[in-house]
Design a protein around this ligand. Structure first.
Ligand SMILES: [Zn+2]
Length: 389
């Protein structure tokens, strides 16, 4: 026996046992039950002898005998899909839907399962049609809408994604405002390429009105204003990120430095960095301040500042910066050794991810607004602590 089929067989046996099918019913209960269990055993035997297609034929045939086995067949289809055998799952579900004796709810459930099969197989247009039918039926709307959302995100159909998310939010009573704000950001990016800035900015405003903490919308607004030379306005949007989510401070430091420089306001920039450091200590602020101190007072003063900060907030990035500064006013063997240490810390930093998903732990060096692994929105953030910001 191929052991990989064992859990599947056991589950089917268990399901059938619960349904009182496999030989557990007394003989006096009728001939049809005995035929039924015989067919089931033949089906199981095919599974055991690694002939799943023949087993599927038997199980499908059983449906004609008794429509009460719908749940068992849905479970069997689900198992095949889980195992990546989508074609077999599709055959089972298609045959289920074709049975006239199914109730309306059972047919909708089978349609939902078939839609999920096509989604797994990547046949998105067919999956979409089936799932829309499920939503229209009034039953199983929440799982159907959740799958439709998956399809629209894959196809980048953001308006449809917004509609489905709004409906899902209402039916499942699950907040979707963060994702809907991101769909608007996606529409803004698309509009900027095709229609121009005005329409794009309207989408960003909509994103903020839906989710006031949408960091991505603020970053895009700031970036686009700065590109137009509207630095004051850009600063306003970038600074909004601090209130929205201080975890993203590292994302605004460089663009803010550029805006303040263009306006000739280096003092305001410094004040902003100091104020942020007091309220939300982040290493990116320490590094930015250390650059300013180095420019104005030299490497020694900057090193002193970084060392002081490292006592309260140890960090590999801070250590590397301290070594880099220390090296500049060292000589001979000390300088050589510091260079070696600096190289080691830089290599460590190069291997470290910068962002991590709160939900699934996916980590990388690029900020994705939708996690490439768990597909959730806004769960990826800059890493904090010893190896982060
Ligand atoms: Zn994730």
């Amino acid at each position: 026996m191929n052991l990989i089929y064992l859990p599947l067989v056991l589950l089917i046996a268990l399901l059938a046992w619960f349904a009182g099918r496999i030989g557990f019913t007394p003989k006096s209960q009728g001939q049809s039950k005995n035929n039924f269990s015989k067919d089931y055993l033949v089906g199981l035997n095919y599974l055991l002898s690694e002939q799943p297609d023949k087993a599927v034929d038997i199980f499908i045939k059983l449906l004609e005998v008794d429509s009460e086995t719908v749940e068992t067949h849905l479970a069997l289809g689900h198992l095949f899909r889980k195992r990546g055998e989508v074609e077999r799952a599709i055959r089972i579900h298609q045959n289920l839907i074709a049975r006239p004796q199914l109730t309306k709810k059972q047919r909708t459930q089978a349609t939902l399962a078939l839609g999920q099969d096509y989604l797994s197989a990547g046949v998105l247009d067919r999956a979409e049609r089936l799932l829309l039918d499920v939503v229209d039926s009034g039953d199983f709307q929440a799982p159907a809408l959740s799958m439709l959302l998956d399809i629209y995100q894959q196809e980048k159909e953001w308006e449809k994604a917004i509609q489905s998310a709004e409906k899902y939010q209402q039916i499942a009573n699950h907040p979707m405002h963060s994702a809907i704000a991101h769909y608007n950001c996606e529409l803004a990016l698309e509009a900027r390429r095709k229609l121009g800035s005005e329409q794009a900015l309207r989408y960003l405003k909509r994103a903020i009105s839906i989710d006031k903490d949408c960091v991505r919308a603020s970053l895009l607004q700031g970036e686009w204003e700065a590109e137009q030379g509207e630095y004051k306005q850009a600063i306003k949007y970038f600074r909004r990120v601090v209130e929205q989510n201080p975890a993203f401070i590292s994302e605004i430091i460089k663009p803010l430095a550029n805006c303040y420089e263009k306006l000739g306001q280096p003092e305001e920039y410094l004040q902003f960095l100091h104020r942020c450091l007091d309220n939300t200590p982040r290493l990116s602020l320490v590094l930015a301040l250390s650059e300013r101190i180095q420019q104005e007072k030299g490497a020694s003063a900057a090193a002193e500042f970084v060392a002081e900060q490292l006592y309260t907030r140890p960090s590999i990035y801070g250590l590397s910066r301290l070594i880099e500064l220390q090296k500049q006013f060292s000589e001979g063997a000390a300088k050589y050794n510091l260079q070696l240490l600096f190289n080691v810390t830089q290599q460590l930093i190069m291997q470290k991810p910068v962002y991590r998903c709160d939900s699934c732990g996916y980590a990388g060096k690029v900020l994705h607004w939708q996690c490439p692994s768990c597909r959730r929105w806004t769960t990826i953030k800059p890493i904090q602590g010893l190896e982060g910001d």
